[in-house]
Write a protein that binds this ligand. Structure first.
Ligand SMILES: Nc1ncnc2c1ncn2[C@@H]1O[C@H](COP(=O)(O)OP(=O)(O)OP(=O)(O)O)[C@@H](O)[C@H]1O
Length: 276
């Protein structure tokens, strides 16, 4: 993709156009173009009039649907204000997931939305064509699983974002779905591999997660989770590799951050359960 920066008003912007203009407080405001003078554009917004450089003004789609679009490739303009408006409109109606083609964008809701992750939801996504149902981590996991079965080659899902964005929670949803799809027949006595994989999360989080200023449960290490499947598409094993644990936190913590959860768990546990 080639990104060019405009220094004069794009030809689609004329006096009377509805546009997005950059604002230091609100990030982007929408308004109407009142005047264009070379590089400078005057935009009348609801609460103020802004004179901005042409590079900080972008056309706004007048036919943008009020509840946004599920896939951002359908946006008339795929620029920063257009993307942000779409994510906001969806977030306002509790739609925290949005696609950009086969990339899933998650906006952290900071509240439990249990209806999104119920087991009937996993049933719904099982085998559904990608894009047929609302954007969801289950759809990403389902697509990777089916691709693996079809092509017989390993698949990778990359989860990235800044601290507190929701990577750990999204990864848990992906693992939950893969465990659902590749789970072994129920065996009453033994714990299955997928159960062990899911149960490893709290242990890893106890030793590698801590409260930071940005996230009460921040992973202070990178993780590569490998789930192995047999010929029949059943989980046969798993390996978790960890990287770059923030070791300095063990002996140096700056207020109001905390040390690793395991130390507080140890202090809170009744003496009889502490086995050294
Ligand atoms: N899908 C979600 N539903 C509900 N709450 C969520 C969701 N995603 C994130 N959260 C909330 O936000 C918090 C931070 O998310 P998470 O730990 O997944 O971020 P992260 O990207 O892994 O951060 P870090 O890089 O610091 O480890 C979670 O503890 C949870 O409270």
């Amino acid at each position: 993709m080639v990104v060019t920066k405009c220094t004069v008003a794009p030809s689609s912007i004329v006096v009377g156009s509805i546009v997005w203009v950059e604002d230091p407080e609100a990030a982007w405001l929408d308004g109407e173009v009142k005047e264009i003078k070379g590089e400078e554009i005057t935009v009348k917004c609801k609460e103020k009039t802004i004179v901005a450089k042409a590079s900080n003004v972008h056309p706004k789609d007048p036919e943008f649907p009020p509840s946004g679009v599920e896939d951002m490739t359908k946006l008339a303009y795929l620029h920063e204000p257009g993307v942000l408006e779409n994510l906001k409109c969806r977030f306002d109606i509790n739609e925290i997931y949005t696609y950009t083609a086969n990339i899933l964008i998650a906006v952290n809701p900071f509240q439990r939305l249990p209806h999104l992750y119920a087991s009937n939801m996993m049933e719904k996504y099982k085998g559904a064509a990608f894009g047929e149902l609302s954007p969801h981590p289950f759809a990403i996991a389902d697509s990777a699983y089916r691709q693996m079965i079809k092509e017989r080659i390993s698949q990778a899902i990359l989860v990235s974002g800044e601290s507190g964005a929701g990577k750990t929670e999204s990864t848990k949803s992906l693992m939950q779905y893969l465990a659902f799809m590749g789970g072994q027949e129920k065996n009453s006595e033994k714990r299955s591999v997928e159960q062990k994989v899911l149960e490893s999360n709290p242990v890893l989080e106890a030793f590698g997660n801590a409260k930071t200023v940005r996230n009460n449960n921040s992973s202070r290490f990178g993780k590569f989770v490998e789930i192995q499947f047999n010929e029949k598409g059943r989980i046969s094993g798993a390996a978790i590799r960890t990287y770059l644990l923030e070791r300095s936190r063990v002996c140096q913590v700056s207020d109001p951050e905390r040390n690793y959860h395991c130390f507080y768990m140890l202090c809170a546990a009744p003496p009889e359960v502490i086995v050294l």
